[in-house]
Design a protein around this ligand. Structure first.
Ligand code: PSV
Ligand code: MN
Length: 426
């Protein structure tokens, strides 16, 4: 199934007059305080978020998985799904692949299919948390940090192979999430495991093409429950520095213990020019992988406030690679991703409305109340007319979720693919 621009334009006719009125009103309001709605709309249109290939199936937990009819059966169909999302939202212009789940058979055909849907290939993801089929070595006791030399060598070779696959697709970065750790006290020597991980990562780093980046993702626990080799941003940052200038930390919002001040982590990393990648999701308890903004939208806004500040004030930090890393369990994955994309743009738009200069002055004067008012004035603004305007201008749907339902996309996909399909992934 493909959604053409003409079809979207026809659907958009229904809400066009309302949108004109609400955008006109908000523009006028913002103008009074010297804020340019057109500029925010332009920035929103530019903000593209990668969709990981593993987020197009229903996901699940270790207790079970309830598939969604019409799940993509192949890499081609995953690309088609992201193409549908992009056509409706205008904000999902990239796909992020996970190897070995998504090894292309025909590279040229895959590249063409993605480019026809307006997609580029974002960061490649390696996988050493599952044993590869038929491989001689196991990752049961770790991969890049395993005390067995042969397991480490296999894991390093896999990561280098992922880089080579990514090169053929036009990707420019590799994300390593290292699941290595221990389940029981005494099981591993912390210092030696870290030393081996650092050495393995350096070897992968040495195989990076000149214009590539390495993103090192951290996570406090799971799949190991006692310790994780790269458990926090500090460890990731240290390893990125150990590797070299093309290595960066990747922040996944779900990879923090409850109540961690993630916005401060973002600020610290950007100050040091080391925030390379970002995985969006939301959580109540741990790495829940819930819809972005569904639990703590104000925290997401505060994080975006630091991202906007960093993008303006830290020229040494590269433009981060944005990706949604969520699971859907009981929702239609495409509907859930539309909701996440909306929440991301909403938080970004609100952060763009923060009067950074006024905030800086209030901070200087120690006017704590005013500081809070400035942030909350931006947060309380209903920015949805700006989001709709950005979509309208880029030929996407005014209301992507309503359009998705109106076009009966899931039924079309199910008719095409069947109701028993299961996408590769977790
Ligand atoms: C691990 O929890 C993670 O966040 C990493 O980014 C993985 O690549 C992804 O989820 C899928 O397992
Ligand atoms: Mn992640």
């Amino acid at each position: 199934m493909k959604i053409s621009r003409d079809l979207v334009a026809t659907i958009n006719k229904t809400g066009a007059a309302d949108q004109e009125a609400s955008f006109g009103f908000l523009s006028g309001q913002l103008d009074k305080s010297g804020r340019d709605a057109g500029e925010v709309v332009r920035k929103l249109s530019e903000f593209q978020v990668a969709i990981p290939s593993w987020a197009l199936g229903a996901g699940g937990t270790r207790f079970g998985r309830f598939s969604m009819p019409g799940e993509p059966r192949s890499l081609e169909e995953k690309i088609d799904d992201v193409g549908l999302l992009h056509a409706l939202t205008g904000s999902a212009g990239a796909i992020s692949l996970h190897i070995p789940w998504d090894v292309p058979e025909d590279y040229r055909a895959i590249r063409e299919r993605a480019s026809e849907a307006g997609l580029v290939f974002d960061a490649m993801n390696s996988n050493t948390f599952q044993d590869p089929k038929g491989a001689p070595e196991s990752y049961k006791y770790g991969s890049l940090s395993n005390s067995a030399h042969a397991s480490r060598e296999q894991a390093i070779a896999h990561n280098i192979e992922v880089i080579r696959i990514g090169e053929k697709l036009g990707s420019k970065s590799l994300t390593v999430w290292l699941a290595d750790g221990a389940n029981f006290p005494g099981q591993a020597n912390f210092q030696q495991a870290l030393d081996r991980a650092a050495d393995s990562l350096s070897q992968i780093y040495a195989a990076l093409p000149g214009d590539w980046k390495l993103f090192i993702e951290y996570k406090p626990y799971e799949p190991n429950f006692y310790s994780t080799v790269i458990q926090d941003w500090g460890t990731s940052f240290m390893l990125a520095n150990h590797c070299g200038p093309k290595a960066y930390t990747l922040v996944d919002l779900g990879h923090h213990l409850p109540n961690t001040n993630i916005e401060q982590i973002v600020a610290t990393l950007m100050y040091k020019g080391k925030l390379g990648g970002f995985h969006f999701n939301d959580s109540k308890y741990g790495d829940d992988d819930l819809t972005v903004g569904s639990i703590k939208p104000y925290a997401l806004f505060l994080i975006f406030n630091e991202l906007v500040y960093g993008m303006r004030n830290n020229p040494g930090n590269p433009y981060p690679a944005w990706m949604i890393d969520a699971s859907h369990n009981t929702k239609d994955p495409l509907e859930d991703l539309i909701q996440s994309l909306e929440a991301i743009r909403e938080a970004y738009a609100k952060a763009l409305l923060v009067d950074q200069e006024a905030l800086g002055n209030a901070q200087q004067e120690h006017d704590v109340v005013r500081c809070q008012e400035i942030l909350q004035d931006a947060y309380r603004t209903d920015v949805r007319p700006l989001l709709r305007q950005a979509r309208l201008q880029s030929g996407a749907a005014l209301d992507p979720l309503a359009a998705y339902r109106q076009l009966d996309v899931r039924r079309h996909l199910t008719d095409q693919r069947g109701s028993e399909t299961v996408a590769t992934g977790l």
